[in-house]
Design a protein around this ligand. Sequence first.
Ligand code: ATP
Ligand code: MG
Length: 222
Amino acid sequence: MNTSALEAKQLWRTYQRGSETIHALADFNLTVQPGEMVGIVGRSGSGKTTFLNQAGCLDRPTRGSVIITGTDITALPEPQLVSFRRDYIGFIFQLFYLLPTLTVAENVALPLLFASRKDPQRVEELCERVGLSGKLRALPTSLDGGEMQRVAIARALVNDPKLLLADEPTGRLERKSRDAILGIFEELKQDGLAIVVATHDLEQADRCDRVVELRDGKRVFK
Ligand SMILES: Nc1ncnc2c1ncn2[C@@H]1O[C@H](COP(=O)(O)OP(=O)(O)OP(=O)(O)O)[C@@H](O)[C@H]1O
Ligand SMILES: [Mg+2]
């Protein structure tokens, strides 16, 4: 039997704001297979980022479980969670979060450093793959938004994750860069990566295998 890349089961994330209880996720269920790209859409505040944070081990659910390639990450103690996240999950954000004083190659290599590994060849191959050959020694400040997002994608891939999570990755990009980034996502998916992407970009949603809509933390079934 194939192991799913991601299974979210009866996931709840509840926040308390003063006397108000906010169910940012309320009984959310989703399964994603390797080689599948799933879009998460929904209005601002519907729970997209909250879900990605649970799936990416950046935050723990109030209730329910997240299973990644067969491992229930909700049951992992913090130190194991950190290494699991590093080895199995790649994260891409709208604002790139590159380190401005490091070169492109050093930014991409950063997750390897945390794993006490060095692999300049892989860094170079990945940079080439996302269209950054010739920019390895450039500083992020000399890049445009599309190039910065390419660096972030290469960095997310450097530890060879099984699941790629992207939170509005094209939100800050102009059209041409955006199209290039969407093309990269499609190639990665064809290579067997499972991708979950939260987006307000209808074209990106269109290019997903499936789109899941959130409303007030709940999945909308049409
Ligand atoms: N740390 C927090 N403390 C309290 N409430 C929070 C926290 N994080 C998120 N929320 C609330 O949870 C709900 C879901 O927020 P979330 O950021 O997941 O939405 P989103 O779909 O990603 O929105 P956007 O499209 O604007 O990025 C919102 O009501 C938000 O205000
Ligand atoms: Mg969000």
